[in-house]
Design a protein. Structure first.
Length: 327
C-alpha cells in the first residue's frame, strides 16, 4: 500500500493565491481519498518583503473550507528578492519527520495521487524539464566543469549522479530537475539542506559559475544536489502519473489551453465551475477571461495539439499575436 504523506504548496497574495485555490479544489475533486494534510505555506511580512505577501482573508477562508491548512512561515534568506525561495524556506511549515510532496501552486490535480507508490527514502523530482541551466556561452567551461564544481563544493560524489546513457557534454547526462514537484521523507532535513545549498551557491558560487545566471534558476541548481545528498535520484516509472494522468504543471493559463489535453481542460473547468470557487477566481483577470469568458477556448483553437511548435517561445508568440496572452 502507498505510504501516507502530506502535500505542500505555497500560497501568496496575487496570482499564487488563486492558483492555490484551484490546486486544492482539484485535489478534493480528483483525489477524494487523500488522507494526508494539505498544507498551504504562507510567507509572512518581514524585512525581506517590501509588500505584504499574505493572501486575502477571503481566499484563506476558501482554502480552509476545502480542509486545507494555511500555515505561516518567515523568510530568513530569500523573500521578495527571490520569491522562488518560498518553496525552500516554506518546508519549515511542514511537520518534521512526516513524508511530504511539494507541488508548485500552478499545478492541477487530475487523478488520485494518493495511489502513487512514492519511495520516500529515495527522494526525486520532476523530469518535465528542458536544458535551461547552465546556459551555454562562448567562454563557459562546459556542463561537466560546472556541475562538477557544485558537487565538489558540497563534498558530493559527482560521477554517481551521471546518466551514462547520455553523451558527455549533453545536458541530460547531468542530474537536473524541474522544481515543480519534489518529495522526501523529512521536510525539516530536506529544507535545511536545500536552504544551506541554495544560500551557499547564491553567496559564494564556484568560479565556474561566474557568467551563469542564478535568477530564476537557483532552486533548480540546488535541488539535484539536495536529492543526491539524500540518496535519491531520477524518478522511476512508478511515478509516471506525475506530469501525466494525475497532475498537470500548467504554469500559465494560456499555455494550459494551448497544449493541455481535452481531459485536463475539462478537469480545470469542472473545478472552477462551483459558485464558491467562481466568486473568488473571477477577481483574477486571467481566470475571469480564460475560463469564464471563453478566451481559453479561443487560444485552444489556435493550435493543433498533435503538432505543437517545438519551442514554448513560439507558442507564447502565437498567443500574443492573437491578443490573448495573460499571466
Amino acid at each position: 500500500m502507498p505510504q501516507p504523506f502530506n502535500i505542500m504548496i505555497v500560497g501568496q497574495g496575487g496570482r499564487l493565491q488563486y492558483e492555490a485555490l484551484v490546486f486544492v479544489a482539484s485535489l478534493r475533486a480528483h483525489a477524494p481519498g487523500f488522507a494526508g494534510r494539505m498544507i498551504v505555506a504562507e510567507p509572512q511580512p518581514g524585512p525581506l518583503w517590501q509588500d505584504d505577501p499574505r493572501m486575502t482573508p477571503e481566499i484563506t477562508a476558501a482554502l480552509v473550507a476545502l480542509e486545507a491548512e494555511v500555515v505561516p512561515f518567515t523568510a530568513q534568506h530569500f523573500g521578495q528578492a527571490y520569491p522562488h525561495g518560498n518553496k525552500i524556506e516554506g518546508l519549515q511549515a511542514l511537520p518534521a519527520g512526516a513524508p511530504f510532496v511539494f507541488f508548485d501552486s500552478d499545478t492541477l490535480i487530475t487523478g488520485d495521487i494518493s495511489t502513487v507508490p512514492f519511495d520516500f527514502t529515495r527522494p526525486a523530482a520532476s523530469m518535465n524539464r528542458t536544458g535551461t541551466w547552465p546556459v551555454e556561452d562562448l567562454y563557459w567551461p562546459g556542463y561537466t566543469a560546472i556541475w562538477q564544481s557544485l558537487y565538489d563544493k558540497f563534498g558530493l560524489d559527482f560521477a554517481s549522479s551521471l546518466d551514462l546513457s547520455q553523451p558527455d557534454e549533453f545536458w541530460e547526462r547531468y542530474l537536473y530537475f524541474n522544481a515543480g514537484w519534489f518529495y522526501g521523507a523529512d521536510p525539516a532535513q530536506f529544507g535545511a539542506l536545500f536552504t544551506k545549498y541554495a544560500v551557499a551557491i547564491r553567496d559564494a558560487p564556484p568560479p565556474e559559475l561566474v557568467i551563469q545566471p542564478l535568477d530564476p534558476w537557483l532552486d533548480q541548481v540546488a535541488l539535484p544536489l539536495v536529492i543526491h545528498a539524500l540518496k535519491g535520484g531520477r524518478p522511476d516509472a512508478a511515478l509516471a502519473g506525475l506530469d501525466g494522468d494525475l497532475t498537470c504543471h500548467y504554469r500559465l493559463l494560456p499555455l494550459l489551453y494551448a497544449r493541455g489535453s481535452d481531459a485536463q481542460i475539462a478537469a480545470l473547468e469542472q473545478v472552477c465551475a462551483p459558485n464558491k470557487i467562481k466568486k473568488h477566481l473571477r477577481q483574477h483577470p486571467p481566470f475571469k477571461r480564460m475560463v469564464y469568458q471563453g478566451q481559453g477556448q479561443k487560444v485552444r483553437a489556435l493550435f493543433d495539439r498533435a503538432n505543437l511548435p517545438r519551442h514554448e517561445r513560439a507558442i507564447r508568440n502565437q498567443i500574443r499575436a492573437a491578443g490573448y496572452w495573460m499571466r
